[in-house]
Each structure stands twice: as C-alpha cells, then as structure tokens.
Design a protein around this ligand. Structure first.
Ligand code: SF4
Ligand code: F3S
Ligand code: FES
Length: 247
C-alpha cells in the first residue's frame, strides 16, 4: 500500500486519570487526548506518543515493553492489564486509563507496587530455606523435568500486581497476601530444595490476611496476564491447610 492509498486509522480518544499526590495544588481529573491509531498500536505506543507530542508531564511506567517486567500494569477500561500487551484495536475508540488501585500512587498511571510486594515477600519468606552450602564448582542437583516444569510454570509471575488490584479482599485488608502471595507460597512448597516443614510453611498464611481471607472471588484468575493457574493454587493450598487442622 503506498502513501496515497493508505487509509487513515481510527481517531482514538484516550482519557487518563491525572493526579500528582506530590503536588499540593493537584486535583484528580480526567484528561482526554486524541490521536490517530496506527497499525499494531499498543497502549504503550499510544502513551509514548501522547507524552512526546502532547503532554510531557504524563507519568506512566514501562521497562521491557514485552510483558515481562510487570511495570506497565494499569486499569484499562476499568480492568487491570498490561499496557504494553494491549493492542488499541482490541478496544473501542474511547479508552479510559487509570492507575492500579490498592498500591501507592506515584502520579497519574504510575504506582509503587514494589513496596507492597517486598513486604509480602518478606512476610512469606519467599526464598529457598536450606542449610546446605552452595558449591559453585559443583553441578546443580538434578531435578525431575516434570517437577522443574511445574515450578517454572508458577515462576512465570511477573509481579505486575493485577491480581491484587482486582481483588475485593485486598481492598478491605491491606496486608492480605493476595493471589500473587499464594502463588509464591505454592511455588516454594513444590521446590525440594526448600527444607521448611509444612507447619513453618503454612502458618504464615493461616489467618484472614492469608489464605483464609480469600473469598474465592477469582477476579485474580481472570485478570492475570500470564494466565497462571491461580484458582487451582488457592484451592490446593486451602485444602492442604484444612487437612492440617488450620481453620
Ligand atoms: Fe501479575 Fe499474575 Fe503474578 Fe498476579 S499472579 S502479580 S496477576 S503475573
Ligand atoms: Fe481475591 Fe482471588 Fe481470592 S480475587 S478473594 S485472591 S480468589
Ligand atoms: Fe514490561 Fe509492560 S513494560 S510488562
């Protein structure tokens, strides 16, 4: 197709919730930007174009642009999702964008998921507990391919925060570990290198801020951009804990 026959793209109207909590005179407001859609346009491309050509003060986060770093999560027409993996052609001509709820707002579409995720990881101690010393000159211990695959599957979490932002329990309990936490717990429980006992493992989530706070709303499962089996993990951990006498 040459320049003379090329058809014009749709005119998109992208409304963004603007608010800078650091600026004393800033008030939350929606600001609408118009731009022409191009082939293969993602929200990442659209937001960059807006920032380059229309408003250099617009705040949003991106690192990898490939659905790997988790930093571009936001509310897209009210639903948590990754801006870099969302094609504008999958949306209507009018699009609304807002920051993920629940997390600390930095400004506009930028939120600090890191603080909360770090606190959750420290509480659940999401690292391998072992007293074995690692000898870097030795081959790693062998693991059955099926087990390695099962661990890898749960390790695909990119800590984007979408599951927590979508969860009704998290709105009521700021220390709720969320599906991301329960998934991490399941991942380390599978890992034979972790020497924690079942009791040590599960008691950190044996209350209403842990597994028993989950009301099975399953929005986490619906919005996870990596399509992790969150529903299965939550059900598995809950059944396991009930069988161990946790209530
Ligand atoms: Fe994101 Fe899914 Fe990980 Fe939740 S479980 S943080 S939605 S990748
Ligand atoms: Fe929340 Fe998912 Fe449970 S949305 S209530 S963590 S099933
Ligand atoms: Fe990394 Fe979107 S920029 S997931």
């Amino acid at each position: 197709m040459n320049a003379t026959t090329q058809s014009k793209g749709r005119l998109l109207k992208i409304s963004v919730l603007r608010y800078n909590p650091q600026a004393p005179d800033s008030e939350p407001r929606m600001q609408t930007f118009e731009l022409e859609e191009t082939d293969g346009m993602t929200l990442f491309i659209a937001l960059n174009e807006i920032r380059e050509k229309q408003d250099g003060s617009l705040q949003f986060d991106f690192v990898c642009r490939a659905g790997v770093c988790g930093s571009c999560a936001m509310l897209i027409d009210g639903r948590p999702g990754l801006a870099c993996r969302t094609l504008t052609k999958a949306l209507g001509k009018t699009i609304s964008l807002a920051p993920l709820p629940f997390f600390e707002l930095i400004g506009d579409l930028s939120v600090n998921t890191g603080n909360w995720l770090r606190g959750m990881s420290e509480r659940l101690e999401t690292w391998i507990h072992t007293d074995k010393r690692v000898d870097l000159h030795k081959m790693e211990e062998r693991m059955e391919p099926e087990l390695a695959e099962a661990i890898y599957e749960l390790d695909r979490c990119i800590e984007c925060g979408c599951c927590v932002a979508a969860c009704g329990t998290a709105r009521m309990r700021k220390d709720f570990v969320g599906a991301v936490g329960i998934n991490k717990l399941a991942r380390f429980r599978l890992d034979p290198r972790d020497q924690r006992s079942d009791d040590d493992f599960y008691e950190v989530v044996g209350d209403d801020d842990g597994v028993f706070g989950c009301m099975s709303l399953l929005a986490c499962h619906d919005v996870c951009p990596k399509e992790l089996p969150l529903q299965t993990q939550i059900a598995f951990i809950r059944r396991k804990m009930v069988s161990m006498g946790f209530k």
